[in-house]
Write a protein that binds this ligand. Structure first.
Ligand SMILES: [Fe+2]
Length: 194
């Protein structure tokens, strides 16, 4: 697919809003994991990466009003020139949330939809674990991450069920941990990790 905007322009679009550092990290991390998954699946890495980067494009506007989250994104993405298919995948990460009335009853079905929901949730656990390790990610291993995954009190707001749903894509969860760690290692300087 030809994108209506470049990655640079997508970053500018995000920076137009009042972003916190941790939110920017989350977008970049989601992008990196989505690229890793696309590579694994033989899908379009730029397309999957762009979905990760922009999935929360309206977050800065909706963080205090969850009912609008992913709804506002439609407007923003349409104005930027993205098509229905792209917008639908972005919105699919809001499916099932009670707060978003319009999407509450919807269910993710496509591989890319499960991947996005799992990837964006995974960022939270890995980042928190890296911070716990003194920001160090370069020597992070699946074994340690798995322990944190199993400890429900750790990064408790990261929904483990969404992460487990990666198996709907037929990817083994351990492989998903590895792909995710590797993806974030590659961009460690950009997300304040070492
Ligand atoms: Fe997100």
């Amino acid at each position: 697919m030809m994108f209506p905007i470049t990655r640079e322009q997508a970053l500018e679009l995000l920076k137009k809003y009042d972003q916190t550092e941790s939110d920017m990290n989350h977008y970049l991390e989601s992008e990196a994991i989505m690229r890793g998954l696309a590579e694994k699946f033989g899908e379009d890495t730029d397309y999957w990466g762009m979905l990760g980067l922009l999935h929360d494009v309206d977050w800065a506007l909706t963080r205090d009003n969850w009912a609008e989250h992913t709804i506002k994104a439609e407007e923003i993405l349409r104005e930027a020139g993205f098509d229905d298919e792209f917008i639908e995948v972005v919105q699919s990460h809001g499916y099932g949330y009670n707060e978003i009335l319009m999407l509450k009853e919807k269910q993710r079905s496509k591989k890319v939809e499960h991947a996005l929901a799992a990837a964006e949730t995974m960022t939270g656990i890995i980042h928190a674990y890296a911070l716990m390790r003194g920001k160090k990610i370069s020597d992070m291993e699946v074994k340690g991450l798995k322990k944190k995954f199993k400890d429900k009190s750790f990064a408790a707001n990261c929904n483990r069920d969404l992460i487990r749903k990666i198996e709907e894509t037929e990817l083994d969860i351990n492989e998903f941990f590895q792909i995710s760690i590797d993806a974030l290692k590659k961009i460690k300087e950009d997300i304040g990790l070492e």
